[in-house]
Design a protein. Structure first.
Length: 390
């Protein structure tokens, strides 16, 4: 089956954050929204079909996790990554960010040190701080247009920490970490007694020929010293269904996490959560392959356009995801002026690079998961603003 990613879908009136927050965030609504990390493509039809079929029964009562839900996750992990996952390893969480927050409270205490690697997904910072933990950073190094881990600094910074939150693949840099980097992380964290939370929400969006390597597959030490967070929400454009899972292979860690979850009944999903996950993982291979090919085409288009029309704005090409990290430092603008340029001159809503940490200043994050026609309009507006700026 051939899927249509060119169709422009009007999301007005659906309470879409991408649109409804424009006024509050930027004080205007005449912006092309290329910020929130969801896609403007139709959610995969086998997912919406599964929801419609469930609605044939008019009782939306309390809903349990069927065995088919667990089988779908296990089969996907095995077929996609070679990762052996059993039912007992799977723990439902409503989302990756809530899941990490729950895990922070399950495995750490107020005041404990949590390590992150900026520039990185903003919630890693505010989850740590809002839960009363102490933030420790190991900034990434930008080398030859891509990010690498500073392992010497990592080894020093991780000492005394309780948890390291790994973004795997990395957001916003779109990096698929090397086997060597992940092996070093696994060894160091095991030696130092630091638990690893591996956020792998962008794993299914790894772009060929790259291959995602789950942290739990790096070694037995890694497997027994991590909590892996996964979800079909990004890859199949279903984040509004709030259905994710934490994979925990260490039985002692699993008991501790479930004790915390059970105390407040935090693992009870809604009536559509489990069937949507099952549909995505059972029927999603062909749809995802076509989607990734379209995203790759959009990345190629943006990269070529910037090189030709806005040479001081450079794309760090993602190895995974539809999020493109734009290096705008050659423009010589302050972060405030850079935001004004994109909003007031180009009429585009992108993510402020500084929201990923101080290391993100001079950068912006662009979501290219939109129909090509929308992206072309956005790039033309950017080129016009750039020409006037020069």
């Amino acid at each position: 089956m051939t899927y249509d990613f060119d169709k422009v879908i009007d999301r007005k009136g659906t309470s879409a954050i991408k649109l409804d927050w424009l006024q509050d965030m930027w004080g205007r609504t005449d912006l092309i929204p290329l910020w929130v990390a969801d896609m403007d493509f139709a959610t995969a039809p086998f997912i919406t079909q599964a929801i419609r079929q469930r609605l044939d029964n008019p009782v939306l009562g309390y809903t349990d996790k069927p065995d088919s839900y667990y089988r779908a996750i296990s089969n996907w992990a095995k077929q996609r990554y070679g990762l052996e996952v059993k039912k007992k390893h799977i723990n439902f969480v409503s989302g990756i960010v809530p899941g990490i927050g729950m895990a922070l409270n399950a495995f750490t205490e107020v005041g404990d040190k949590i390590l992150i690697q900026p520039p990185v997904y903003g919630p890693f910072t505010w989850l740590t701080k809002r839960n009363g933990r102490t933030l420790v950073t190991n900034p990434l190094k930008l080398v030859d247009g891509t990010y690498r881990m500073d392992m010497e600094h990592f080894r020093e910074q991780v000492k005394g920490c309780k948890v390291f939150i790994l973004c795997n693949p990395h957001n916003p840099g779109g990096i698929v970490w090397t086997e060597e980097e992940l092996q070093q992380v696994a060894e160091i964290c095991y030696e130092e007694g630091v638990l690893v939370f591996s956020d792998e929400i962008h794993a299914d969006l790894t772009l060929p020929p790259r291959k995602h390597r789950p942290f739990a597959m790096i070694s037995e030490k890694a497997k027994m010293n991590c909590v892996t967070f996964m979800s079909p929400s990004k890859a199949f454009n279903m984040p509004g269904l709030t259905a994710s899972h934490a994979l925990i292979f260490n039985p002692d860690l699993r008991v501790k996490f479930r004790k915390f979850m059970d105390a407040c009944e935090l693992d009870l999903g809604h009536v559509f959560a489990f069937l949507a996950v099952e549909a995505a993982y059972s029927h999603g291979t062909e749809w995802l392959e076509q989607c990734l090919a379209y995203i790759q085409g959009n990345i190629d288009y943006v990269d070529a356009f910037l090189k030709e029309h806005t040479p001081k704005i450079k794309a760090i090409r993602p190895q995974a995801s539809y999020l493109v990290w734009l290096d705008c430092r050659e423009m010589g603008l302050s972060q405030e002026a850079l935001n004004d340029f994109f909003v007031d001159k180009a009429h585009l809503a992108l993510n402020d690079g500084a929201s990923f940490g101080a290391e993100g200043e001079g950068f912006m994050r662009l979501n290219v998961a939109s129909p090509r026609s929308v992206l072309e309009q956005a790039m033309n507006q950017l080129a016009d603003a750039y020409a006037q700026w020069q």
